[in-house]
Design a binder for this molecule. Structure first.
Ligand SMILES: Cc1cc2nc3c(=O)[nH]c(=O)nc-3n(C[C@H](O)[C@H](O)[C@H](O)COP(=O)(O)O)c2cc1C
Length: 358
């Protein structure tokens, strides 16, 4: 299988290898995306939580260093209604944690980041990233149409077959099949969320059979063995998040990195407690103590707003107790090296595995 690097997706995006570094709001950086794009993979920036001014600067930083393709990622969740009763109840519940760190008031309930909007679109049209990806479905139809009309390649995540078909009908150019093993937020956009709890091994081939656009496998892929397996299942690329968390270009807090490197595969959990939507991370005190309260929290992303100062204070104090330690089930295979070096290693490993299998 010597031509594993050539397919519709790599041809269309001019990639040397079908490896996508996942967009990770709070972890991926322009330096990480640059290193991966320079190496011939697809580097990504998680722009879902940041102001558009910052996104513009980040895109310029990447473009100054490489002409390779890169991906700008946004959220496409539904705008929340601020439920005051639920928000006040959560504020009361987390107040003692704030006091432990000597913090003043818990922030007021508001959504500090919005789904893909006109402002995001303006930044996209100015910066023209070759790829625009969305998490939590598709954005508003008129905005999506404008991205497509600009000739940009679009990607979004599906966690079951229904979502994959919906994305294809909606006009998406490629679909990420995000398995249950994946670190971070599930891209699930059709409720109930539990309908999207399928493992990568089962999910990828069934989505490949159900749609005609290229499928990208994500969730638990950490090395050449995982990449070869995903390609065997019919994926035309892999999207890897956790594998890049401990690279030198990652911006995760030191305590997060330390815990990640010490943890085992059985220590991750799905939790709604940090944001109001299901996400996989390493179990810590906050996840444990919020268990049982998760159904009473305000809607995504309000819990994230309420917790922000606590997360920062916890990380600064060197405690992982209140930090969202997002990681996938493959975390035990994490490696510490530069992102470009990791990409080279992944490519060599995949060559080796596929060569061995013949
Ligand atoms: C720390 C972290 C942050 C993430 N943030 C985003 C994000 O902002 N946007 C997005 O589309 N996916 C995000 N994801 C999910 C990834 O795109 C991808 O689905 C996942 O990392 C694949 O599973 P793996 O971590 O086992 O490789 C994040 C994942 C992690 C680990």
């Amino acid at each position: 299988m010597s031509d594993w690097k050539r397919n519709r997706l790599t041809e269309r995006l001019n990639l040397n290898v079908p490896i996508i570094q996942a967009p990770m709001a709070g972890a991926s950086t322009p330096a990480m995306a640059t290193a991966v794009s320079r190496g011939g993979g697809l580097g990504s920036l998680g722009a879902g939580k940041q102001p558009s001014d910052k996104t513009r600067v980040d895109c310029q930083t990447i473009r100054a260093e490489t002409n390779g393709a890169y991906n700008l990622n946004f959220f496409a969740h539904e705008e929340p209604e601020v439920d005051l009763a639920r928000s006040e109840s959560m504020r009361e519940q987390i107040k003692p944690y704030f006091e432990e760190f000597g913090l003043e008031d818990v922030p007021r309930a508001e959504a500090t980041y919005e789904p893909f909007n006109e402002d995001h679109l303006a930044a996209v049209l100015d910066m023209m990233p070759p790829v625009v990806s969305f998490h939590y479905g598709l954005p508003r139809a008129d905005l999506f149409k404008a991205v497509k009309a600009a000739g940009l390649f679009t990607i979004s995540s599906a966690t079951n077959l229904r979502e994959a078909k919906e994305l294809e009908v909606g006009g998406i150019d490629a679909i990420i099949a995000q398995g249950y093993e994946a670190g971070g937020h599930r891209g699930t956009f059709a409720e109930p969320y539990e309908d999207g709890y399928l493992g990568t091994m089962a999910l990828v081939p069934q989505i490949v059979d159900a749609v005609s656009v290229p499928v990208i496998a994500a969730g638990g892929i950490m090395d050449g063995r995982g990449i070869a397996a995903a390609l065997a299942l019919g994926a035309e690329a892999v999207q890897m998040g956790t594998a890049f968390l401990c690279t030198s270009e990652s911006m995760i807090a030191e305590v997060y990195r330390d815990i990640l490197l010490e943890s085992d595969a059985n220590e991750t959990r799905l939790t709604h407690a940090f944001s109001g939507r299901p996400a996989r991370g390493i179990e810590n005190r906050y996840i444990r103590e919020m268990r049982g309260s998760e159904d009473r929290l305000p809607s995504f992303p309000i819990p994230d707003t309420l917790l922000r100062p606590l997360q920062i204070a916890s990380a600064e104090a060197g405690s992982g107790d209140f930090v969202s330690l997002w990681a996938g089930q493959g975390l035990g295979m994490s490696r510490t090296m530069a992102a470009g070096e990791l990409l080279e290693k992944l490519t060599a490993e995949t060559d080796e595995v596929l060569g061995r299998l013949g």
